[in-house]
Every structure is written in C-alpha cells, then in structure tokens.
Design a protein around this ligand. Structure first.
Ligand SMILES: Cc1cc2nc3c(=O)[nH]c(=O)nc-3n(C[C@H](O)[C@H](O)[C@H](O)COP(=O)(O)OP(=O)(O)OC[C@H]3O[C@@H](n4cnc5c(N)ncnc54)[C@H](O)[C@@H]3O)c2cc1C
Length: 401
C-alpha cells in the first residue's frame, strides 16, 4: 500500500527541512524523505548574516531554534592591507550546517511523516505523482517538491538538463583558527579583503561558532591548481602568502582540525517546467558561495512556495504544468535568483579583473569601507560622550528600529 499524502518532499537538507516545517505547521499533509536520520557533517553555509538574510529566514517561521543555537557576533571588523577599516555593527549568526539542519528539523511537527530512505524513481502526471523509495515503499502525492541538492540522478531521470555555466567558479575553504601566544583574537568577527588581485583570494571571513574561531576563505582557482594542495597541507604559509597583512591584526595563529576544500560550479537546469514536480534550493540552481546568497535563494524559494503557491495549487484539482509555472515566474523568486547570480559574476570580476577599470572599482570599495568606518567611529564617539541616561535612550531607540 502506498503512503497517500498531498506533498512528497524529496531531500531533507536546509530547503527540504524548512519546507516540511512550514507545510506541517500550515496543516498540509506532507512526507519528508531523506537518507539520513541525522544530517551528517558537511561544509556548506556556516553563517547567516545581515538583516535581509535573517529576515528571509524568519519569514519561513522556522528560524527560532537555529538562530538561538547559533553564535551571535554583534560586530564585524572590515580589514585590508593589515589595517582595520571599519568596526561594523552586524548581526552574524555562526552555526555549522549539520547543526543548522538539525535545528530546522526540530521545527517539523509530528504530523509530517519522515521516511529515512532515498527516492529512486518518480512518475509524474497532471493529477497524482508516484515516488518509489529505496526501501521498496511508494508514495502517492499530489505534488513532489524536489529538494535533493546537487544529486543529479532524479533530475536526469525526469529529463531535466543540467548545465554547468561556470565550472569551479570559486573554491571555498573552511577551517578553524586559533590564536598563538594569547588567549583570544582581538576581534569578535572579521572580514579581511584581498590585497592583490593576483592572489585570487577575494576575502576570508572569520567568525565565532561556540568557542571556535571559524574561517571561510574563498579563492578563484582551477581545480587542478597546486594552490589547493598547498592550502590543504600548509594552510598558515599559504594564507600568509595570499593575505600578508592579515597577521598584523590576528597576531600569530594556528590552523586546527581538518581543512575542507570545496569547488563550486554555477549550475542551471532547463526543462524543469512539468506537471506534478517543483524544484527548490540547490536542486533548482546553485550560486557561488563567495556571495553568501545561496541561503537567500533557498529561503525565498521555500517561503514563496509554502506561503503562496502550494496553498493555491491545493485549492483546485490537478497539478498541471501551468500551475507549477507560477512558482518559477514568481517575481520575488526570479528577482532573488537574478540578484544572486549577478553577484556571483560581479564578485569574481571585481576580485580578479585586471586593468584600470577594475583597479578603480577595488579602490572605490576600499574608500567606501573606510568612509563607513569613519562614520561608525564618529557615531560611537558621539554616543560615548553622552550621559549614561542618554546612552540608554539611544540604545533603546536603535534596538527598536
Ligand atoms: C562550501 C559551501 C559554502 C557555502 N557557503 C554559503 C554561505 O556562506 N552563505 C549562503 O547563503 N550559502 C552558502 N552556500 C550554499 C548553501 O550551503 C546551499 O545553497 C544550501 O545548503 C542548499 O541546501 P539544499 O537543501 O538545497 O541542498 P542540500 O543541503 O544539499 O540537501 C539535499 C538533501 O537531499 C538529500 N537527497 C539527495 N538525493 C536524494 C534522494 N534521491 N532521495 C532523498 N533524499 C535525497 C541529501 O541527502 C540532502 O539531505 C555554500 C555552499 C557550499 C558548497
């Protein structure tokens, strides 16, 4: 006997787990299928930051536990050439990906059936869809939400064509950093930008997760570049060579634990418009981790899908291609995807471009950070020169804004 439901969600990473939480809370019958009872450690997004991104996460209604468990950094130093340009007030939440997915999964109500297994085949129609699982079970659903990330098997089977628009667009490197000769780093969190375009390292971001100082370093390199081997096996020396001024702020440091190196392609899928199935998150398209916008895309996808489109689709019979198209044409979704992709290309061009135009662009960014840092310093001096009562009034006002 198949499991009957309205929505079968294939893949319980961040996108699928949020979808399951949102649909369950809305009282919509859903089943979540994922091979892992507990999401395994994986180097993916490790930081949720900025009012816009946090707002997008909160709009899914599944952010509370995750943000509560994450480590908040309220100030991020912006630095370049060995100098601190700005001490920017921020909201940055550091959390490892498996812990993030675990927290979101806790928001899934018991009404959502969770099956530990793999979907191995999907048969689609205008009415009901059939999903075959690796354990021999079958799900009959009105809609399949495909949230299976980079796994291409099912998409291939459905006739969806995957195109890598930029192979190894960037390389992400994740590791822990420990101060040597002193108990802590002087900064709560820091983004250190490139010194020379030829180093092909746009920035490293350092942020706390619990007691650890986590580093996410990004590079524009080919996958066979010996630099990848070098950062893996001699991370301190390689970092020193790429960003020589970093040590002026961090002091001596050691790299501890495993150095994880992940190339990321830019991928788009075509032929996704078909009845009965909708793709979200990385399954629909990827972006470049340098931009930090993969989660913006994902939060927007699931928020629009679960709050707007699925309730409308379920209100009438059938699950035709025409219905599904409304999600892919959703103006907020298409705008977010386009913004993220544009950032992926712009970031790379600004970081690696040679010639006077790109040099000017890089100096303009430097001047912007310097100017903003100056404004922050003046604002903080003004606040500190006020009486304690005035300061507390200002704090109240800024917290409420
Ligand atoms: C190195 C790196 C750094 C990143 N940094 C950032 C960042 O700083 N900021 C940011 O916003 N984004 C970042 N991203 C992007 C972000 O991590 C991804 O966009 C996001 O994790 C995608 O989530 P997802 O749920 O779509 O896919 P996944 O998390 O990959 O989930 C897919 C799930 O589907 C399951 N699955 C696969 N096949 C099947 C099947 N046949 N049946 C059932 N289940 C299946 C898998 O087991 C998995 O659980 C980064 C990505 C990488 C790689």
């Amino acid at each position: 006997m198949p499991h009957y439901t309205d929505i079968a969600i294939i893949g319980g990473g961040l996108a699928g787990s949020i979808t399951a939480g949102m649909l369950g809370r809305a009282g919509i019958a859903a089943i979540l299928v994922d091979p892992h009872e507990i999401y395994p450690p994986d180097f993916r997004i490790e930081k949720i930051s900025g009012a816009e991104q946090i707002g997008r996460f909160r709009r899914t209604g599944t952010a509370d536990k995750a943000l509560h468990r994450a480590t908040l950094a309220a100030e991020n130093w912006i630095a370049r050439f060995g100098y601190v340009l700005d001490r920017a007030p921020v909201h940055q939440y550091g959390i490892l990906y498996d812990a993030l997915v675990a927290a979101v999964r806790e928001e899934i109500p018991d009404s959502v059936l969770r099956i530990v297994g793999k979907a191995v085949a999907i048969t689609l129609s205008d009415d009901r869809q059939s999903v075959m699982l690796s354990n021999g079970e079958t799900i009959s659903a009105r809609l399949v939400v495909l949230a299976n990330g980079l796994n291409v098997g099912l998409r291939h089977q459905l006739g969806i064509t995957r195109t890598i628009t930029s192979p190894a667009h960037s390389i992400s490197v994740g590791f822990d950093l420990e101060p040597v000769g002193r108990p802590a780093f002087p900064f709560p969190a820091m983004t250190y930008f490139q010194e020379r375009a030829s180093a092909r390292v746009p920035y490293v971001t350092l942020f706390p997760i619990g007691e650890r100082m986590r580093a996410n370093l990004f590079a524009y390199r080919e996958v066979d570049d010996p630099w990848l081997r070098s950062i893996r096996h001699k991370p301190v020396e390689t970092l020193d060579a790429a960003l020589p001024g970093l040590r002026r702020i961090t002091g001596d440091y050691a790299v501890t634990g495993e150095v994880k190196v992940r190339p990321a392609d830019l991928v788009v899928n075509s032929g996704t418009r078909m009845p009965g199935v909708v793709l979200v998150g990385d399954a629909f398209c990827t972006t470049c981790p340098v931009t930090g916008t993969g989660s913006d895309k994902l939060f927007t996808d699931v928020e629009r899908l679960c709050n707007v489109h699925i309730p409308r689709w379920l209100a009438t019979d059938g699950m035709s291609e025409g219905k599904i198209a409304a999600f892919y044409d959703d103006p907020l979704k298409t705008a977010c995807d386009a913004w993220s992709l544009d950032k992926a290309w712009r970031f790379r061009e600004v970081s690696t471009g040679t010639g006077p135009y790109w040099l000017a662009q890089r100096w303009a960014r430097f001047a912007f950070s310097l100017g903003r840092g100056l404004r922050h310093r003046i604002a903080s001096r003004e606040t500190n020169s006020r009486s304690p009562d005035e300061r507390s009034d200002i704090r109240g006002l800024t917290q409420g804004s």
